[in-house]
Ligand binder design. Structure first.
Ligand code: GLC
Length: 734
């Protein structure tokens, strides 16, 4: 089988697919039960620990042919040394599969996924994943445990940082882009890796925003909100899946045959491999659905789990289960086939060492091109939340700038919560980037003023003094990288520590001068207090290796902000869950008492989904429909003229929202169904068009299957989900 000829499963020609399957059957026939179970076993090496490590004897198990995959090992040299053991010291020489959490870049670290999603640039996100795959594959990695495609609407949950925010339609488009970026067109290529759709499913619905907590959502919410991005991954030919730790309505995902076999394989046609999350089979015991590891192992294999990550349950229990007749040998064979299939798709049997290449490693990792792409991604991910009196960009003829805040000089923090093989020493802090940019022409003083999250106010006075002396003030505030991500949830999502007080006192001291805040955070924050105190706020998320430089360029107008939020920022934590696809309810908010609202807070977020300012302004002309009625099998074109009414070039994300006014089930007030990111020079205008077809009008019917109904729809186009005015059209019956 030639290296170039073998394509990933779905695009294989029939003869090739047959050849691949014959290869699997030939190998399977030679394998002992112990060797088969070895292929269903994944252990961690020691280059990273991403969970409660149970067993560290992975090399011995590889040598015994009882471990077929390793994660948390990388570099050409190290993976080659491990691969040699598998290929040259075991009876059948089946190559190892090397997995790693390449979440937002490998060595060149990109913005955290939630931040990069705010670029609303699918090509950019696909390219970031492409570059991550290129660098990871250059270091011997075959498989990334990404993209995380969990829809999330509760910013208390730390893992919102890893995803694409609250919206289903956008989440599906981003999932597709990331899968295609990681896997490319040819999995045998030396710069592509297997992607892994995780965490299947509804992990973002963890009750109270507390990680690993129960998820109790309706079948409708599962079908409408949590499953679609995973289906989008299957449609994008993702080759592996990872079930979530959580239960859904009483059934842990790792033991859910409904999810892992009936939905994923029988309904959606997924042909790849399912790997558990870290020791998730073992956790069926504390979940209370398994009395011991034997029963846990049986539940997992019956559900459709092909590989056990780090738990050692298949490793220790499956042979006895088969010998006792509790698990059919055929079930083991099916799991082994799926593992062997992805190894063959990668070309590992053609050349087990082809991903271990020091030459490629040197030329591809942290290349200038990759760093430039990381800086571009950081720039496009930033969201200008507020900019009163055009505070930003700062004037370049400033004589002095006070850079104040606990993260002003931070490097590693800019990489966020899961930077894997990233290196904080590669990062230039905001303050250093500004010093590099201006040299001696601007006198830049930096002072922390306070820590991120303690109550020591001893530095506040000095910060206030620095603010009084400078021409302008930049506050650099936020969270530590480890305050979001896995097992990092917060009950209070305001700025931690004394940062609000620092911002208030510094801003008061700098009255009449430009004051702006840059935020580093892994989740939407309830920053009403900061927003009241500071005239300008630039949301930078955790921007990655080149974040410092990207921020320095943007603060002084050499680049312009173009990001838009993909997750609502609440005014108060009490509003959570808050998301724009709200429903009207039977008593929609009004000034009447008996309507759906709070006594002490508006229903609206502080900053809405889709919100983001630029250094210019845009106006929208009247919305035009190509017709007032649309046949069921027809389409309608909607167009609108967008004008740059400011004096700087800028990018606008023109967003298309639809509302189904009357349906057999309640429907949201609006749903994103399209967007176009356009760039306009000052004074320029562009006509933006969208085509609406039945696809955009289809929803989840009472039987949880796709449904489209004739009736009235409203079309809204604007620069954020706050858009209100729309135009209606009628979908005609068949
Ligand atoms: C972790 C995470 C999962 C990750 C895996 C391997 O617990 O839940 O996202 O891919 O373990 O590190």
């Amino acid at each position: 089988m030639s290296k170039k000829s073998l394509k990933s499963q779905k695009v294989c020609s029939k003869p090739l697919a047959d050849k691949l399957e014959r290869k699997i059957e030939t190998l399977l026939a030679k394998m002992t039960l112990a060797e088969k179970i070895g292929q269903m076993t994944l252990f961690t090496a020691m280059w990273a620990e991403t969970g409660p490590t149970i067993d560290r004897n992975f090399l011995q198990y590889v040598r015994e042919g009882r471990c077929g995959s390793i994660f948390n090992a990388y570099t050409a040299e190290y993976t080659r040394s491990l691969q040699k053991v598998a290929v040259e010291e075991t009876r059948l020489g089946i190559p190892l599969l090397f997995g790693f959490d390449v979440i937002h870049g490998h060595r060149s670290i990109f913005p955290i996924p939630l931040g990069e999603a705010c670029s609303w640039d699918l090509e950019l996100m696909k390219r970031s994943a492409r570059i991550a795959a290129t660098e990871a594959a250059a270091e011997g990695i075959h498989w990334t445990f990404a993209p995380m495609v969990d829809i999330a609407r509760d910013p208390r949950w730390g893992r919102v940082a890893e995803g694409a925010g609250e919206d289903v339609w956008l989440g599906c488009r981003i999932a597709e882009a990331r899968v295609r970026g990681f896997q490319g067109e040819d999995l045998t290529a030396d710069d592509t890796v297997l992607a892994c759709a995780k965490h299947f499913a509804a992990y973002g619905g963890a009750e109270a925003g507390r990680d690993y907590n129960i998820v109790d959502v309706s079948e409708r919410t599962l079908a409408e909100v949590y499953l679609p991005p995973f289906k989008a991954c299957v449609d994008a030919n993702v080759r592996t899946f990872m079930p979530a730790f959580n239960e859904i309505a009483g059934m842990p995902c790792t033991a859910s045959r409904t999810l892992l076999t009936e939905t994923l394989r029988q309904k959606w046609g997924f042909t790849g491999m399912v790997v558990t999350d870290y020791t998730a089979i073992n956790e069926l015991i504390p979940h209370g659905v398994a009395a011991d590891l034997t029963q846990a192992g049986q539940l997992a294999i019956e559900a459709g789990v092909d590989m056990d990550m780090q738990g050692g349950v298949y490793f220790t229990q499956l042979e006895a289960l088969v010998n006792a007749g509790k698990v059919l040998p055929a079930a083991i064979d099916e799991g082994v086939r799926r593992v062997l299939r992805v190894k063959i798709e990668l070309g590992l049997f053609d050349d087990p060492y082809r991903y271990c290449c020091e030459k490629r490693e040197k030329s591809r990792v942290l290349s200038p091109e990759h760093k430039a792409a990381a800086q571009k991604a950081a720039e496009k991910s930033m969201v200008l939340l507020k900019n009163e009196d055009d505070t930003l960009p700062f004037a370049k003829n400033l004589r002095s700038l006070a850079v104040i805040g606990p993260l002003a000089e931070s490097q590693l923090e800019l990489l966020g919560n899961w930077y894997g093989a990233g290196d904080g020493n590669q990062v230039v802090s905001v303050a250093a980037a500004l010093r590099e940019k201006f040299g001696k022409s601007v006198n830049i003083t930096t002072i922390k003023g306070c820590e991120v999250d303690d109550e020591d106010d001893s530095q506040l006075k000095a910060a206030v003094t620095a603010a009084k002396k400078a021409d302008a003030v930049l506050l650099v505030l936020g969270e530590y990288g480890n305050m979001s991500g896995e097992a990092a949830c917060r009950v209070d999502i305001d700025l931690p520590g004394l940062q609000n007080r620092l911002a208030e006192e510094v801003t008061a001291a700098a009255r009449g001068k430009p004051v702006a805040a840059v935020l580093f955070n892994g989740r939407p924050l309830a920053i009403s207090r900061l927003a009241k105190a500071v005239p300008a706020i630039l949301e930078a998320w955790f921007p990655g290796t080149m974040g410092g430089q990207a921020i320095a360029e943007m603060l002084f107008g050499d680049t312009s902000p173009s990001g838009r939020l993909v997750m609502s920022f609440p005014r108060h934590i009490g509003q959570i869950p808050i998301y724009y696809t709200a429903k009207n309810t039977g008593r929609p908010i009004s000034s009447d008492k008996y309507t759906s609202k709070y006594l002490d807070c508006p229903n609206t977020p502080l900053f809405a989904f889709g919100h983001g300012l630029t250094y210019t302004t845009f106006s929208y002309g009247p919305l035009r429909l190509s017709a007032a009625e649309m046949p069921m099998n027809g389409e309608i074109t909607v167009s609108i003229t967008v004008t740059n009414t400011g004096n700087r070039a800028g990018e606008e994300v023109v967003q298309l929202y639809l509302r189904d006014l009357i349906a057999c089930v309640t429907r949201p007030l609006k749903e994103l169904k399209g967007f176009k990111k356009i760039s306009l020079e000052p004074g320029a205008a562009a006509e933006v068009k969208f085509t609406i077809t039945a696809a955009e009008l289809t929803f989840v019917g009472p039987d949880l299957e796709p449904l489209i109904e004739p009736g009235e729809f409203e079309v809204m186009i604007g620069g954020s989900s706050s858009v209100a005015d729309g135009q209606r059209f009628t979908l005609l019956p068949k």
